[in-house]
Design a protein around this ligand. Structure first.
Ligand code: URA
Ligand code: SF4
Length: 197
């Protein structure tokens, strides 16, 4: 059932022409992962490799993300990974506010509802701007927030961690922290249900 909803959204994404980004794409990148994921990761938008393969986070940034997940004891196939916009912006520029609004209203928010993750990890400034209305990731990295009945944890975009060893260590530690937070939330949610009659 859930799979069906996500597959239907993915099909819509592949045919979408709602914003100008469709013109530059080779493949749209709806996102992938477990339809019952407790953790959801949201990046910015597809890069060159993602556009070629139609899959999220499969280039250099993606390999770093996958490594960080492994180091934190998280299996990539157990989480759901997607982006704010589903088509690659020309020359990897940031998606405009209009592009973000159109694409998230039409797809990302429905994906969040369908997966219903316990925790959403926002990767980098475009994701924190779009989902939390915060201007930059630096002020919120390593922190958790609750908004619209959803829980968010913020960290760097893996691209920011690629060439900076300091950022890299921070990023790896943040992903571990997200996993710990998820475990605490699981316990918290279970206890909460004990009080519900
Ligand atoms: N950068 C992103 O923001 N998303 C991807 O899927 C790949 C690189
Ligand atoms: Fe449609 Fe999103 Fe692609 Fe724009 S970026 S064309 S809204 S799928």
């Amino acid at each position: 059932m859930l799979c069906f909803v996500l597959d239907a959204i993915a099909e819509e994404v592949r045919a979408c022409r709602l914003c100008p980004l469709w013109r530059g794409r080779r493949n749209a990148v709806p996102g992938e992962g477990s339809p019952r994921a407790e953790l959801m990761f949201i990046g910015e938008g597809p890069g060159e490799e993602e556009d070629l393969q139609g899959r999220p986070f499969v280039g250099r940034s993606g390999r770093l993300l996958t490594e960080a997940l492994e180091k934190a004891g998280i299996r990539r196939e157990d989480v759901f990974i997607t982006n704010v916009v589903k088509c690659r912006p020309p020359e990897n520029r940031e998606p405009t506010p209009e592009e973000r609004e159109i694409c998230t209203n039409k797809y990302l928010f429905r994906q969040i509802e369908a997966v219903n993750p316990r925790l959403i990890v926002l990767l980098g400034s475009v994701a924190v701007q779009t989902l939390l209305g915060v201007s930059s990731v630096t002020a919120v990295r390593g922190k958790a927030f609750e908004k619209m009945g959803r829980r968010f944890f913020c960290t760097y975009h893996p691209a920011a961690a690629l060439y900076n060893p300091g950022n890299r260590e921070t990023f790896f530690n943040d992903i571990k922290k997200a996993r710990e937070l998820l475990e605490n939330l699981r316990t918290f949610d279970k206890q909460k249900t004990l009080f519900e009659v």
